[in-house]
Ligand binder design. Structure first.
Ligand code: VG1
Ligand code: CO
Length: 541
């Protein structure tokens, strides 16, 4: 029953910020998925092992799951734990990997990238700690794809992945499990569900936009069924293979329906959205948007109000482009603070070592040591728990936060689908200019430092270079530029902009206005228009 199929290396199977992402037709091409999955098994080993498998339900999720199971069985795996329908949110997969003490898991997702026959698909491997494979491991997988000559696959009928229960596939046990139950149980251990039930029973209104992606079933079960939020609180709640044509990226641009409702007449008390695979979140108060960097800072300052964090935090970690708002909280609390490269894989060691409890990224990702991924619904529940205890509006909580710590005005400008050679040329010129920048005055601001961020992991000493160009100004303003590692078309340039206002005045400006000089400086220093022809960003968050 086991077939060994001859194959040859396929160029470009190099995982980026979060796994291997390509256009769906590429992934569906001959041997493409198989080569990469065999490379995973060759690197981490498969014989006798137990893995978790699930995905965000996008187009090709179901077929890919069948192939991965047949390959795992052919490579000698002992057991595969699969979410029903081959569905698992990324944080739920991370939890199952840990809960069942497995040897890791395969997550099928391209996260915030659109899904469908002509859109994006992705595969990533998570380690036995539940977290994304670190760079050394993904690099080994990539190297393996460059020399691969064969893969193993079982010839068998399709598994029934729609029914919870145990099946046999060759020598491998397949356990199809409820994708929501264990995750929901974990949330009950972290948050004060009785207090949240009382909040909703008292008339608190919420809108949760699941964006036709994987979070829908999780949010309906937890918010509506367990916490008593009004039926219909969760919209776009059914995961669809093409996300209903939506772009499942929870930011003000793509979650515009939610934004319109929250900024309009009769808005609910609290709004939230999550992404394709359920690891990102956007939170919105009535009439006020919460930037992800501020969200991380507010959560860090208030986490002790939730039962799971009542004993306080060991430390807070943020990705380098994320604003320094969380650092100010960590300093005030006297706890550890860490600055890592972009991508959740860099938080794993800090979480495992117990040095960080909360982590966050400016890209709408927040999480804690309860799993080893960012977790959208977790962040939303922590916000709800804080709102239930403080009995204040989101706007009042933000206002108090800024009054205490000052405000890190923040925005990210994305320039998408730039020709790769143009983007590379721009970044190369910028990198070359860095040594000459300190001391220069731009837009009335003096540059104090300029470098290409390199990170030495404080736990295992591994070093990651070229993680983004940083230009720092006196007074806490900052520009960061880096190229995305999750896109599938050309290059996406991300420009991260920050300016600190200590207060008490000037804490309530529009971020784009407050950042205007920093934005102008970023265009001047990067020579963006000269290199790429672009003048305005495609997405502003
Ligand atoms: C982006 C974000 C990064 C995030 C990554 C995966 O990466 O910037 O913060 O960890 O997506 O998120 P990049 O390389 O495109 O900037 V997810 O929710 O798409 O898995
Ligand atoms: Co995601």
């Amino acid at each position: 029953m086991i077939t060994t199929v001859a194959t040859q290396p396929i160029a470009g199977q190099k995982p980026g910020t979060s796994g291997l992402r390509k256009k769906t037709p590429v992934f569906m091409g001959p041997h493409y998925l198989e080569n990469f999955v065999q490379a995973i098994f060759d690197v981490v080993g498969c014989a006798g092992k137990t893995f978790v498998l699930g995905g965000d339900g996008r187009y090709f999720n179901d077929r890919a799951a069948q192939v991965i199971c047949r390959m795992a069985a052919a490579n000698g795996a002992a057991r595969m734990i699969v979410g029903r329908g081959a569905i698992l949110s990324t944080p739920a997969a991370s939890h199952l990997i840990r809960l069942n003490k497995t040897d890791g898991g395969i997550i099928m997702s391209a996260s915030h990238n659109p899904g469908g026959p002509e859109e994006d698909f992705g595969v990533k491997f998570n380690m036995p700690n539940g977290g994304p494979a670190p760079e050394a491991v993904t690099e080994a997988m990539y190297q393996r794809t460059t020399t691969i000559t064969e893969y193993r696959i079982l010839e068998a009928q399709d598994l029934d992945l729609a029914t919870i229960g145990r099946q046999q596939l060759g020598g491998m046990i397949v356990d199809v499990v409820d994708p929501v139950a264990d995750y929901a149980a974990l949330m009950e251990t972290l948050f004060d569900f009785p207090a949240l039930r009382a909040l909703f029973a008292g008339g608190f209104r919420m809108r949760m936009d699941a964006m036709c992606a994987v979070t829908g079933p999780y949010a309906v079960e937890i918010l509506e069924r367990r916490l008593g939020a009004a039926p219909g609180t969760v919209t776009h709640a059914t995961p669809l293979p093409d996300f209903g044509g939506m772009h499942p990226d929870p930011n003000p641009t793509w979650a515009h329906e939610l934004m319109a409702e929250m900024m309009g007449e009769g808005a609910p008390d609290f709004g939230a959205a999550s992404d394709g695979d359920g690891d990102r979140n956007m939170v919105v108060g009535r009439g006020i948007y919460v930037s992800p960097s501020d969200s991380l800072a507010v959560l860090a300052a208030n986490a002790h109000l939730a039962p799971g964090y009542a004993r306080g935090l060991a430390g807070v970690a943020r990705s380098m482009p994320t604003s320094a708002a969380a650092d100010r909280v960590a300093n005030a609390l006297g706890i550890g603070r860490f600055e890592t490269p972009t991508g959740w894989k860099f938080f794993g060691n800090l979480l495992d070592a117990g040095r960080a409890t909360l982590c966050g990224e400016e890209s709408f990702g927040t999480g804690s040591d309860h799993v080893r991924e960012k977790d959208g619904l977790w962040a939303i529940l922590l916000w709800l728990n804080i709102l239930a205890v403080r009995k204040q509006s989101v706007a009042d909580i933000l206002t108090e936060h800024w009054a205490t710590y000052g405000r890190n005005y923040y925005s990210r400008h994305d320039f998408e689908a730039i020709a790769t050679d143009k983007a590379d040329a721009m970044m190369a010129a910028l990198r070359a200019s860095l040594p000459g920048l300190p001391g220069q005055v731009v837009e009335g601001m003096t540059i104090t430092a300029a470098d290409d961020f390199a990170y030495t992991d404080p736990v295992d000493g591994s070093v990651s270079h070229k993680q983004g160009v940083r230009i720092l100004f006196d007074g806490g303003s900052r520009i960061v530029l880096r190229l995305s590692g999750t896109g599938t078309e050309g290059a996406t340039l991300r420009v991260y902009l920050e300016r600190y206002a200590p207060g008490p005045d000037g804490l309530h400006h529009d971020p784009q206005e407050a950042l205007a000089p920093v934005i102008r400086a970023s265009l001047a220093l990067s020579r963006l228009t000269e290199f790429t022809g672009r003048t305005t960003p495609d997405v502003v968050t």
